[in-house]
Design a protein around this ligand. Structure first.
Ligand code: FAD
Length: 580
C-alpha cells in the first residue's frame, strides 16, 4: 500500500505473521475461494440445489473463516425504524473479505433457481427495512471489523478502515494521532458502509460535502462476488456507483477516508429566531463565507414552552443568565446551531472570531446560549441522548422519520406551510433544518440531490410512543409525513428524499429522474442477478421457481407475529418481477 510513513495500530493482540501464514495455508486448500479469483466455491459442474433444505445445507457446506448461523435470525429481522419484521434465512458472520466473496459467488451459482438475496447489515440503523433480506442472507458487517486501522499521516492524511467499522471507533483511534475525519453524521454509532451507501450528512457538509465526498478509495465485493479496489482513477464507475448507491452494486469491505488535524475543544452556540426568513438568510450567509463556523445546523421548535430544559442532545449552556429568562410562549421558533473548533491555548482568538461572526447575525438578542466541550463529546452528542432514551425505554420504539432535501427556492414556501399548518408540535422528536452548498457534492456519485446551488436538509425525527394515541401515535405520525409529502408534490417544490423509501419502481424512476437509466444499467453490470440490498425495494430478484417473495409491507411490531404468519401462508404467491 506504499504506507512508508504510516502507523499501524493494533486493537487486539493478534499475531500478524501467524495470520498471514494461516491465510497462505488455507488458500492452498482446494475448493477455497481466493480473494481475487473468479472460481466459485461450488463446483460449477454441479447442478445448483433448488430444494430449500438443500440450499440451507449448501450454505452450511461453504468453507468460511467466519461462520453462518440460522438460530439468531431474529437479530437481523428488524432495524432502528422498528416498523418491519422480516427475518432472513441465515446470518453470515464474516471474518474475511473472502467469506463475503464466497457467499456472493455461491448465490450467483445458485442463480435464479433460488430466491436468496443478500443484505449487508451495518449497525442496522436504517428506518424502513433497507438492511433486511427476507429469507435471504444478512451479512453482519461488524464481524468483519479488522483489528488494524491504518493511518497515513502525510500531507493528505487518511485512514483505511473496514466497511463494518463504526465511525465512533474511527474518531477515537484517529484522535490519538491528532487527526479526525472531516465530515460527519450527527450520530456516530453507524458503520462506514452504512453511511457511505447513503451520503452521511451533518453540519460540516456545507464545507466538506457529505461523507461520500471524503473517501479516496474503496474495496468492494460486487454482486458477482468479485473483489475490486476502486477510486476516482481506478475502476471509477464502480467507485462512484457505490457511493450513495444504496447498497445496490457491491458490499463495501474497506474504505480510505480523508482526515484533517483535529482540535481539542468546540465552542457550541445556539441562538433563536422567530422569523424564518431571517433565520434562513443567516444560515445561508454563514455557509457562503470562507472564514466561518466549522459546523452549521439548525432546528425548529414548535409549540414548546419548556424550552430550556429540553435542548436536544447533551447541550448544557453555561452562560444562560439573560437567555434563561427567555419565554418561547409556544411560538414557532428557529434555532441556529453553530460550532467553532479550537485549542485551549487559542481560546482568545477563537472568542474574537465567534463574536465577530455572531455580530453579523440577526437573532433575537437575548437568546444566545453557549457552551464549551471537548471535540469528541460534541461529535458523540447524540449518543448521550441515546443513553437517556434507552433508560426510559424510548429508544427501541418505531421511528417514522422523514428526511428531505429541499431546494433553496422552495424552502420558504415549505416552511410556511409545514411548520405552521401541518406540524403543530414537535414534542416527539427534533426537526432539523440546515442548508448545504451543492458545489461541495460530487456529481458523479449515485446520490440524488436537488439541482440548485444551495439546498436544505430537513429531517423530521419523531419517536412513536407505544400504546399511545394522538400526536405520539405511529399512525398519526405516518399520516403527518404523508401530508408533508403531498404538499411537496402538489406545490411542485422539487424535493428529493434522503434515505429514500418508495413502494414502486415507478416512484424510484421518478426519484432518479434522468439518472435512472445509468443507475439500472450499472445494477445490471455489477449485480446482474439482483441479489444485493433487497430491502431498498428498487429491484426485485427474478426466480424460476414459485417461492416466498420478499413481503415488504410495513408492520407495527405489535402485529409482527400475525404478519409473519401471513407471509408463510402467502408462500406460493408469485409477485410481478421488478427486475430491469
Ligand atoms: P444499515 O442500516 O445497516 O444499512 C443501510 C443500508 O446500507 C442497507 O441497504 C444496507 O444493506 C447497506 N449497507 C450496510 N453496510 C454496507 C456495506 N458495507 N456495503 C454496502 N452496503 C451496505 N444520516 C445522516 O446522513 N446524517 C445524520 O446525521 C444521521 N443521523 C442519524 C441518527 C440516528 C440516531 C440514526 C438511527 C440514523 C442517522 N442517520 C443519519 C441515518 C444513517 O446514516 C443511515 O440510516 C445509515 O444507513 C445507517 O448506518 P448503518 O451502519 O446502521 O447501516
Amino acid at each position: 500500500m506504499g504506507l512508508t510513513s504510516s502507523l499501524r495500530f493494533r486493537r487486539r493482540n493478534n499475531n500478524t505473521f501467524l495470520r498471514i501464514f494461516i491465510i497462505l495455508v488455507l488458500s492452498c486448500i482446494p475448493g477455497r475461494t481466493n480473494l481475487c479469483s473468479n472460481h466459485s466455491v461450488s463446483n460449477s459442474k454441479d447442478l445448483p440445489p433448488s430444494n430449500p433444505s438443500d440450499i440451507r445445507s449448501s450454505l452450511v457446506s461453504l468453507d468460511l473463516e467466519g461462520y453462518i448461523s440460522f438460530d439468531d435470525v431474529h437479530n437481523a429481522a428488524k432495524d432502528f425504524g422498528n416498523r418491519y419484521q422480516l427475518p432472513p434465512l441465515a446470518i453470515l458472520h464474516p471474518r474475511s473479505v473472502s467469506d463475503i466473496s464466497s457467499m456472493m459467488k455461491h448465490i450467483v451459482h445458485l442463480g435464479s433457481t433460488s430466491n436468496l438475496t443478500v443484505a449487508a447489515r451495518g449497525h442496522g440503523h436504517s428506518l424502513q427495512g433497507q438492511a433486511l433480506a427476507h429469507q435471504g442472507v444478512v451479512i453482519k458487517m461488524e464481524s468483519l471489523r479488522n483489528p488494524d486501522l491504518w493511518i497515513y499521516k502525510g500531507e493528505q492524511p487518511y485512514v483505511d478502515v473496514s466497511g463494518g467499522e463504526l465511525w465512533i471507533n474511527i474518531l477515537r483511534e484517529t484522535l490519538k494521532y491528532g487527526l479526525s475525519p472531516k465530515s460527519w453524521t450527527d450520530y456516530l454509532h453507524l458503520t462506514v458502509g452504512g453511511t457511505l451507501s447513503n451520503a452521511g450528512i451533518s453540519g460540516q457538509a456545507f464545507k466538506y460535502g457529505p461523507q461520500i465526498n471524503n473517501v479516496y478509495q474503496l474495496e468492494i465485493v460486487t454482486g458477482k462476488g468479485e473483489v475490486v479496489t476502486c477510486s476516482e482513477k481506478r475502476n471509477s464507475e464502480l467507485f462512484y456507483s457505490v457511493l450513495g448507491g444504496l447498497g445496490q452494486f457491491g458490499i463495501i469491505t474497506r474504505a480510505r477516508i480523508s482526515l484533517e488535524p483535529a482540535l481539542h475543544m468546540v465552542k457550541w452556540i445556539r441562538v433563536l429566531y422567530s422569523d424564518f426568513s431571517v433565520f434562513s438568510r443567516d444560515q445561508e450567509y454563514l455557509i457562503s463565507k470562507e472564514k466561518t463556523f466549522d459546523y452549521v445546523e439548525g432546528f425548529v421548535i414548535i409549540n414548546r414552552t419548556d424550552l430550556l430544559n429540553n435542548w436536544r442532545s447533551s447541550f448544557r449552556p453555561n452562560d444562560s443568565t439573560e437567555a434563561s429568562k427567555f419565554k418561547s410562549d409556544g411560538k414557532t421558533l428557529y434555532c441556529l446551531e453553530v460550532v467553532k473548533y479550537f485549542n485551549t491555548e487559542e481560546a482568545n482568538s477563537m472568542h474574537k472570531e465567534t463574536d465577530k461572526l455572531l455580530s453579523e447575525l440577526n437573532y433575537i438578542p437575548s437568546t444566545l446560549f453557549s457552551s464549551e466541550v471537548p471535540y469528541i463529546e460534541f461529535l458523540d452528542r447524540v449518543h448521550i441522548a441515546e443513553r437517556k432514551l434507552r433508560a426510559k425505554g424510548l429508544w427501541e420504539v418505531p421511528h417514522p422519520w422523514l428526511n428531505l432535501l429541499i431546494p433553496k427556492s422552495s424552502i420558504s414556501k415549505f416552511a410556511t406551510e409545514v411548520f405552521h399548518n401541518i406540524i403543530t408540535s414537535n414534542n416527539n422528536g427534533p426537526i432539523l433544518i440546515y442548508p448545504v452548498n451543492q458545489s461541495k457534492w460530487n456529481k458523479h456519485t449515485s446520490m440524488i440531490i436537488p439541482n440548485e446551488d444551495i439546498f436544505y436538509l430537513v429531517a423530521f425525527l419523531p419517536s412513536a410512543v407505544p400504546k399511545s394515541s394522538g400526536k405520539n401515535d405511529l399512525e398519526y405520525l405516518l399520516k403527518q409525513n404523508q401530508r408533508v409529502m403531498n404538499f411537496c408534490t402538489t406545490a411542485n417544490l422539487h424535493v428529493k428524499q434522503y434515505l429514500p423509501h418508495y413502494e414502486t419502481q415507478q416512484e424510484w424512476k421518478s426519484h432518479f429522474g434522468k439518472r435512472w437509466e445509468t443507475f439500472s444499467q450499472r445494477k445490471h453490470t455489477y449485480d446482474p442477478l439482483t441479489i444485493l440490498a433487497p430491502g431498498q425495494r428498487i429491484f426485485q430478484k427474478t426466480t424460476t421457481r414459485t417461492t416466498t417473495r420478499t413481503q415488504l409491507s410495513p408492520i407495527q411490531l405489535s402485529k409482527s407475529k400475525a404478519v409473519l404468519k401471513g407471509t408463510t401462508r402467502r408462500a406460493s404467491v408469485q409477485l410481478k418481477p421488478r427486475t430491469v
